[in-house]
Design a protein around this ligand. Structure first.
Ligand code: IVH
Length: 674
């Protein structure tokens, strides 16, 4: 293909891909399959690789990639991002409206009621229709430049869908983490004994603050938009028109809003929104009421903090009262005991709640929660119910103080509490509760991916004494399994086949499946890239481990300790005897060897842009950073390299020229051996 044809095709592909991004991420109406989408995307990537000068700033391939930042730059908002005055009752809202009438000297006409999304406010600057800067609200006048992070959100258009976009517009809205995605992330964190996010808003704010946009791209963020700041060469006379215009430009807008002619319809709309608040995929904490006539905005103006033409109506966080029937104790995968309040079922924030987490023994003591107490519960972030208060005034005297057990409720082993930790744990790896969780983890999709090994089955296998740990799975035969409840011969045979097939998984899956505290998939992949087999990993010193990417002192100590426990050594030995692969696959793709390696690029590369090389390296698990340090694994020197090359030489870091890099990449991508 010649350059002219390539340029034409690049434009076509960008257009088509933008269209499908919008169909999929904004409208949830995909028109093509993922495979077809990937094919278009790949074709564009290849063309951009061959003709780097054809890469445009709004190319759909530019959502991820780029090097991690050292800090965020500051952005001055052309028009400040104000916050909203809050009201909590119909009376307060009425007085707000009375003031509007007083200031205007006449009724304001219609208003729009829309959800108040509980996320993080952002502003997107589009120049000639192209996204140039994305920023946080900051103090309202100046925010952080988080453009790279915002570009990773697929529902944010990189260019406006319009042939006549305004020369400049600041589009404002809210980034959020959908409730379902938040629940999944927290579950995964809890499975790995990591600290969980308090609510979706914290998870969103934490994600947007990451300096590495590649990491942000892994976070399931979404965004919707409801306002404009500065806008040139374009007038929007009504708020409803503004919302429609944003939707036409390709933004996601709230799936629900009402234009109300008078106060009564406004109150009805607020009540309607309250009644459906749990049906939205994101959290809302109230309603926002805006005058529909935007010409009134200038007349009404703003205080230092708030506009006088819009107001928030905050819903009270939903609370309910119920009785603590009992306090039970759950044993997690890594043995941590969590006390849980068993409640008389009560309806709260969209669902029936019968349990609330009590976090740990300290928390129970601090709040003085007793069995039999009437307690007030609240859905913190609507997802995890928590006890916020004990109704001490309603005690009758029969309530009993809860004591944490001294022995594991499942296996009776004595419990341990490490110095400096609030967590109390059961250290017995044979504990049935832990066994079940461990076996589930071992067989899960992210670890050994054992087909047919569901939760119910794991419970039965452990309860019947057929397996005590994941290594026992390999001794299972069809006969005893088919005796279990609701297990036919065929499904028993499938399970055995699934288990046997798992013997040949990648080493990192086994490492992850071991269930070492703090070791997730990413660190497991790093470990595989550094140790050719499990024996070598087992011999590693904490110092050796600590030097690896993604592995700090806590993780290193946890890995080291795991391999010093006789029961774990016995377990690994039985995996070995069962024929489970404990070696980096002989045919390990270069990709896995490059996982976690740090690259620095210097000088001009002839064949491709730095961004596309960065993206390709990132895809196969490597990292690209800005400056050379002792942690750098490879420096790629293009034409006219800078001082980074001298530094690399002085530190004795491997230096690659462009052809070697491309070869390494090509082999990594096609999965051939090194
Ligand atoms: S309009 C000048 N509309 O609430 C007013 N804000 O306290 C611009 N928010 O910082 C805001 N949903 O982060 C508006 N539908 C909505 C909103 C909304 C959530 C947030 C926004 C703002 C805060 C105001």
């Amino acid at each position: 293909m010649n350059r002219l044809d390539a340029a034409q095709r690049v434009r076509e592909l960008a257009h088509v891909i933008h269209h499908h991004d919008h169909q999929y991420h904004v409208l949830a109406r995909p028109e093509i399959s993922d495979v077809e989408y990937d094919r278009l995307y790949h074709e564009l990537e290849q063309l951009e690789l061959a003709y780097p000068d054809l890469v445009t700033p709004d190319s759909p391939t530019g959502r991820v990639g780029g090097k991690p930042l050292e800090t965020f730059a500051s952005v001055i908002h052309a028009i400040p991002m104000l916050s909203l005055e809050k009201t909590y009752s119909q009376e307060e809202l009425s007085s707000f409206m009375d003031r509007v009438v007083r200031l205007l000297g006449h009724p304001p006409g219609a208003c729009v009621v829309e959800p108040k999304i509980d996320g993080v406010a952002v502003s997107l600057r589009y120049e000639q229709g192209i996204l140039t800067v994305g920023s946080t609200r900051g103090d309202g006048r100046t925010g952080d430049d988080i453009t790279a992070n915002l570009r990773t959100i697929h529902s944010i258009p990189l260019r406006l869908q319009s042939d006549t976009p305004p020369p400049l517009v600041e589009v404002r809205g809210e980034v959020f983490m959908p409730k379902s995605a938040f629940a999944k992330i927290n579950q995964a964190l809890s499975d790995q004994d990591e600290e969980m996010f308090a609510n979706p808003r914290n998870a969103t704010a934490g994600s947007l603050k990451l300096l590495d946009s590649n990491e942000v791209s892994q976070r399931p963020l979404d965004a919707l938009f409801y306002d404009v700041g500065a806008i040139e060469g374009f007038t929007l006379d009504r708020h409803e028109t503004l919302l429609q215009t944003l939707a036409a430009w390709g933004f996601r807008i709230a799936p629900w809003f009402r234009t109300c002619a008078d106060r009564n319809t406004m109150f009805d709309a607020i009540a309607e929104l309250l009644s459906i608040r749990h049906q939205f995929p994101f959290e809302i904490d109230g309603a926002v009421i805006k005058l529909d006539q935007r010409s009134l905005y200038v007349k009404l103006g703003a205080t230092i903090k708030n506009p006088r033409w819009a107001v928030a109506y905050k819903y009270q966080p939903e609370r309910a009262e119920t009785r603590v029937k009992a306090i039970s104790v759950q044993v997690g995968r890594t043995g941590v005991l969590t006390p849980v309040a068993e409640l008389e079922p009560v309806f709260l924030a969209g669902s029936t709640v019968s349990r609330a987490t009590l976090h740990n023994a300290d928390e129970i003591r601090r709040k003085d929660i007793r069995v039999g107490d009437i307690v007030v519960i609240e859905k913190a972030g609507e997802v995890i119910p928590a006890v916020v208060e004990v109704r001490i005034d309603r005690r009758s005297g029969v309530e009993s103080v809860f004591e944490m057990p001294r022995q594991c409720p499942d296996c009776g082993s004595p419990l341990v509490q490490q110095a400096g930790e609030v967590a109390i744990r059961c250290d017995n790896l044979q504990c049935p509760a832990q066994c079940k969780r461990w076996i589930r983890h071992y067989g899960s999709r992210g670890a050994m991916d054992i087909e047919g090994l569901g939760n119910v089955l794991v419970n039965q296998l452990v309860d019947m004494g057929l397996v005590h740990d994941p290594a026992d799975l390999y001794t299972l035969t069809i006969e005893p399994i088919s005796q279990l409840d609701r297990m036919a011969q065929k499904s028993a045979a499938n399970l055995v086949e699934g288990i046997q097939a798992s013997r040949n998984r990648d080493l990192w899956r086994v490492i992850f499946g071991l269930g070492i505290r703090h070791v997730g998939t990413r660190s497991a992949q790093t470990l595989e890239s550094q140790f050719a087999d499990l024996d070598l990993l087992m011999q590693a010193t904490p110092e050796q481990l600590e030097g690896l990417p993604d592995i700090g002192p806590v993780v290193a100590a946890s890995i080291h300790d795991f391999f010093r426990k006789p029961c774990n050594l016995d377990f690994i030995n039985r995996l070995k005897l069962a024929g489970v692969n404990l070696t980096r696959h002989a045919a390990a793709p270069v990709a896995s060897v490059l996982v976690g390696k740090t690259f620095v690029l210097t000088g001009t590369l002839a064949s491709a842009s730095r961004e596309s090389i960065t993206e390709r390296l990132r895809r196969i698990g490597a990292k690209v950073t800005a400056s050379v340090s002792a942690k750098t694994d490879y420096v790629v020197a293009g034409d006219a390299p800078g001082s980074k090359l001298d530094k690399a030489q002085s530190l004795g870091i491997t230096i690659l020229d462009e052809p070697s890099l491309l070869e390494l990449l090509a082999r990594g991508e096609s999965g051939h051996t090194s």
